[in-house]
Every structure is written in C-alpha cells, then in structure tokens.
Write a protein that binds this ligand. Structure first.
Ligand SMILES: [Zn+2]
Length: 318
C-alpha cells in the first residue's frame, strides 16, 4: 500500500515536471522575439572599437554591444580567441569592417553569415568611394574607411537599418538615435576640414608607421605616406626605410607620427636615418589609427579619436 502511494506521488511529480517544462517552453517561445539576450536586448558583436562605438550609440538602451578588439589592438593581425568565438556565436547581429581589415577572420565570417545577420560595413559603400590598394593586388581596397567621416556616416546608416530590420518594435528609437549621432558626425567632418585647412599648404604632409590615413588625407587635404603598406602584415625592408628617410629630408618634414596599434620602432628607424643625414625630425605625437583609446577616455570613442588625431596633427604641423 505504502509502496503504491510512493509510486503514485513519484508519477505525479513526473507529470508536474513535464507540465512545468512544457509551459516554460511555450512561454519562452512566445517571448522569443528577435532579441534573445537575458536582458531582452539585441545582442550585438562588432570587431573593431570604432564599429562597436557607433553600434552602441545607435542601439542605446535596446542593444548590448561587445567589441572584440580593444585599445592598441591591430586588426590586421588579430586572431579570434575562444571568448570571441562565444561572443560571435551568442550574438543576434554581427558587424565587421571587411575589405580584409580583419584578415585572419574571413573564413569565420563566411560561416557565421550562413546562420545569422553578419554585416560587413564596407560592403555598403560604392566602388567609387573606395581607394584601391595596389600593394595587396588588383581589385583590393584600402580598408581604413572610418577616417573619412562622411563614409563613416554610411556605417551609421547600415547599423541603423540593420537594427530596424532585426528589432522593428524599436524602429523609431533606433532612427532617432541615428539621426542625433549622424548630426554629430557631420559636425566632426566640418571640424576636421576646417582644422586641417589651417595648416600651411606646403606642410600638409602626414607621415605615419603604416598607410592607415589614405581616406583621411583625401577627405581633408593632406598628402599621406606610411612606412608600411596598408596592411601591417606586409614586411618593410631597409629600402622602405631609406625611401621614407629621403622623402622626409627632401620635403623638410619636421614631424612624423606613431600609432597606438603599431610598434614604435619602425618609425624610429626612419627618424634615426634622417638624423644621420643631418635632418631633425620629431615625433609629432601618437595617432589612433586602427584602434581607439582606452574605454572611459575621450579617445575611447570614435568621435574623440578623430578629434584627437586632428588636434595632434594640427599642433605638430602648423
Ligand atoms: Zn591598418
């Protein structure tokens, strides 16, 4: 008798468990809009800090954005860690730069693309808006698109449209956020134009460790040259050092710039070479090229990083 009772209550518990699990699943499915994070926010993973910052500005309170590449990180050489793979797997939406900026992650994006929205920001730009990168081969383009602020407005639009499509319930919010942020980008673009124009024309030459500033130069009127090509994976040799050294001497260039994501020693060898020829060159400051500054600082945002670069360049060359 006692045995029978125990068996009955075990059966009842079993049935209750099944009912409970079924109800839980139905409730979960009902709540499962496009957003699936614990917080109910759209989970967004972006590669570079610059993209993550724009996504956070537009996504605001409805997006939880994580960027994979922190301060000082070189995206050309970056390999995804175990933790990154999880962040990409868990994301509702993924944004990356493309044009082979994230050179070692290409295959990963191809496979993610089959499972979830995986958006290359650069793929929304028109061919004529892009610079070619002859060193990388025919048909290849310079990936450093964020340094033409006008082009980066397109990035903001792509991110806005992706959010609107993925989370239509908050469409109006995303549109408002984007409009406000794009207005700030317009202001930034005007600031860069006006500031760079204040440098005497013959001194508007920007020399850096790698060729990250091609779009910046053409948008704001600077001649740009770097020791390494557009990709930090490319090796530079003694011939590149002597070519750049001669360029500095011939053009009487007073200042060159280091980059937060590229080792200093490459550009120091050029400075030393010029010094041996009797031409003094100083380091005009550190520019943020392929990565932003520390989180919580002015330079830890896209707008702050561009302003910092403009101000540093103007102070050194003017
Ligand atoms: Zn670069």
């Amino acid at each position: 008798m006692g045995k029978q009772k125990r068996a009955n209550s075990a059966l009842r518990r079993f049935i209750m468990t099944i009912v409970f699990l079924t109800v839980t699943m139905i409730v979960a499915a009902g709540c499962g809009k496009e957003t699936s994070g614990d917080s109910g926010k759209l989970r967004v993973t972006a590669t570079t800090g610059m993209i993550a910052d724009v996504a956070q500005n537009i996504g605001g309170e409805y997006a939880e954005v994580s960027g994979l590449m922190g301060p000082g990180i070189d995206p050309h050489l970056y390999k995804a860690s175990q933790g990154d793979v999880k962040k990409l797997d868990d994301a509702d939406v993924i944004f990356y730069n493309g044009l082979h900026l994230e050179g070692k992650m290409g295959e990963m994006f191809e496979s993610l693309e089959k499972r979830k929205p995986t958006v290359a920001i650069s793929s929304y730009l028109k061919e004529e808006q892009l610079h070619s990168d002859p060193q990388a081969g025919s048909g290849m383009h310079d990936p450093h698109i964020w340094f033409n602020v006008k082009l980066w407005i397109s990035a903001a639009e792509v991110i806005r449209d992706t959010f609107v499509e993925k989370d239509p319930e908050h469409a109006d919010y995303y549109k408002e956020q984007a409009t406000a942020y794009i207005a700030k980008l317009e202001e930034l673009d005007a600031y860069a134009k006006e500031q760079i124009a204040s440098i005497p024309e013959e001194r508007r030459i920007l020399v850096t460790a790698h060729d990250a500033f091609g779009y910046f130069g053409s948008a704001y009127g600077l001649t740009v040259t770097g020791l390494q090509g557009m990709n930090t994976m490319s090796e530079y040799g003694s011939k590149d050092v002597s070519t750049l050294r001669d360029f500095l001497v011939e053009n009487k260039i007073k200042a060159v710039f280091i980059e937060s994501s590229v080792p200093k020693k490459s550009i120091e060898s050029v400075i030393e070479g010029a010094r041996q020829l009797g031409h003094e060159v100083t380091i005009g400051g550190e520019l943020f090229s392929d990565a932003m500054g520390d989180a919580g600082t002015e330079e830890g945002t896209y707008i702050g990083m561009v302003r910092h670069n403009v101000d540093t360049i103007v102070a050194a060359l003017k």
